[in-house]
Ligand binder design. Structure first.
Ligand code: SF4
Ligand code: SF4
Length: 453
């Protein structure tokens, strides 16, 4: 029997509510509303609203799953404004899996939005949504396209067109955030110096371990020098390095944008590629990618064979700092002059639980004086593409971070994730301290102290 139009619509709405309920309801019920997570949340601190706190967001997801509030009207903004930094998970005394709740909400909201756009042809997706969709489906899964983009950026810098663009503020006319980020793009290394997928690098001296390296997408495209230095640091501490040929993007951005199917596809390809390497450890140098790789097992609840393979993958997945500490010490050859401070990558700290190793490595650099920054464990508001999508909120948090970094008198701000690194560079630029202060990835500073160029 054909349903009346209003009944049909109700059924579809129920489908999304039901999915949200299936994916997150049990987890939302674990929250005892104690509020211990509130002081840990950067968006609660900057916006001061319960709806922008972890407890508030959990409650809203719960109410949406019960059909008491509207998915689009009431849930989209609080979920969009969440940084996904997962500091609330660490603060929670009863281990509420906030990440799972957040990603379930993202997934259902994205599906619902697609359905709505499809239904009302006149209600075309916003340009911002189209750009994100294109980037995640047609750019990130294709590393050659990203490399081409990286090579074009190198050419753009080499021919000094970037100086003209900056002087005339051309990009700012299209988008102010893009204009600000263009200014702080690191100087790209010549394409000829790029490592190749499938290439092997021998250990210097005795081989202590075989490492399969995950170069990432952004790192591979625009920070390939940091990846090259990573490989060389691993070699000097006695690791053989392989770059598995058929690896893909980790899928973190897909997962955070609610594109779970895309993330699952990429995860399967990576598990296969890394298994084939036969390596002892799978190493990355990007906190955001590392967090995704370390949670591949969460993607395969319904597929026992992949669940098993993903658990083995997760067991071998490590951050570069863990490996450098495990197989070090590094052969430092230079005295560092000046104060260093460290900004945690949220995903490295809160998801992977790695925060001691980076500090241990920085403290071990001869001559360096390490100063802990107040709130170094709090998100810098880079958050994947959060800073592009929610520029004003992100800059409020970043400017406060720079004030705290300034109090350490550090000349070098170190971090461990490409997004955080760009955000730190932007923060330095915005604070007007660019002549004195620099932001670096931990691999850059360690390589420099070992005289690896
Ligand atoms: S993930 Fe970060 S921003 Fe989001 S609710 Fe938790 S602490 Fe707040
Ligand atoms: S998420 Fe955890 S810390 Fe936050 S209110 Fe719920 S139970 Fe308390």
């Amino acid at each position: 029997m054909n349903k009346a139009p209003h009944e049909k619509e109700l059924a579809i709405t129920d489908k999304f509510t039901q999915k949200l309920r299936d994916l997150s309801y049990e987890a939302t019920n674990q929250c005892v509303q104690c509020g211990y997570c509130l002081p840990a949340c950067p968006t609660y601190e900057s916006m001061g609203k319960e709806s922008q706190s972890p407890r508030g967001r959990i409650n809203l997801v719960k109410m949406a799953a019960e059909g008491k509030i509207d998915l689009q009207k009431d849930l989209v903004e609080p979920i969009d404004l969440c940084l996904g930094c997962r500091a609330c998970e660490v603060a929670c005394p009863v281990n509420v899996p906030y990440g799972q709740i957040y990603e379930a909400a993202k997934e259902v909201i994205t599906e619902h939005q697609k359905h709505e756009h499809h239904k009302k042809q006149k209600n075309k997706p916003k340009i911002q949504t189209k750009v994100v969709d294109f980037t995640l489906t047609s750019l990130f899964p294709h590393r050659n396209r990203l490399r081409t983009l990286g090579n074009l950026t190198w050419l753009y810098q080499k021919t000094k067109i970037n100086k003209v663009v900056q002087k005339t503020k051309m990009i700012n006319k299209v988008s102010e955030p893009m204009g600000q980020f263009e200014k702080i793009l690191p100087e790209l290394e010549a394409p000829i110096k790029r490592y190749k997928y499938g290439q092997k690098f021998p250990a210097l001296g005795e081989t202590k371990a075989v490492i399969a390296f995950f170069p990432g997408c952004i790192m591979d495209a625009i920070m390939s020098k940091i990846n090259r230095l990573t490989i060389e640091l691993l070699q000097v501490i006695g690791c053989e390095v392989i770059i598995p040929k058929n690896q893909k993007c980790c899928g973190a951005l897909h997962s955070h944008q609610g594109m779970k199917d895309g993330a699952v596809k990429l995860a399967k390809a990576n598990i296969e590629a890394f298994e084939a390497s036969g390596a002892d450890y799978y190493v990355n140098n990007a906190g955001g990618c590392g967090a995704m790789l370390s949670e591949y097992n969460h993607l395969f609840g319904q597929e026992p064979e992949w669940k098993k393979r993903s658990e083995a993958f997760v067991g071998k997945s490590k951050d570069i700092t863990e490996i450098l500490v495990k197989f070090g010490p590094l052969p430092f050859k230079k005295e560092w002059n000046g104060i260093i401070t460290y900004q945690d990558s949220c995903h490295l700290r809160n998801v992977q639980g790695v925060f001691q190793e980076p500090r241990e490595l920085l403290r071990s650099i001869p001559g360096a004086s390490f100063m802990e920054m107040e709130g170094s464990d709090r998100c810098c508001a880079s958050g994947g593409i959060y800073n592009l999508m929610n520029f004003d909120e992100s800059m409020k948090i970043l400017d406060e971070k720079m004030y705290k970094a300034g109090k350490t008198n550090a000349k070098t701000i170190v971090t461990t994730n490409p997004g955080c690194l760009l955000q730190m560079k932007l923060g330095v630029e915005r604070s007007g301290t660019g002549d004195d202060v620099d932001a670096k990835h931990i691999v850059e500073i360690l390589a420099e102290a070992c005289l690896i160029k």
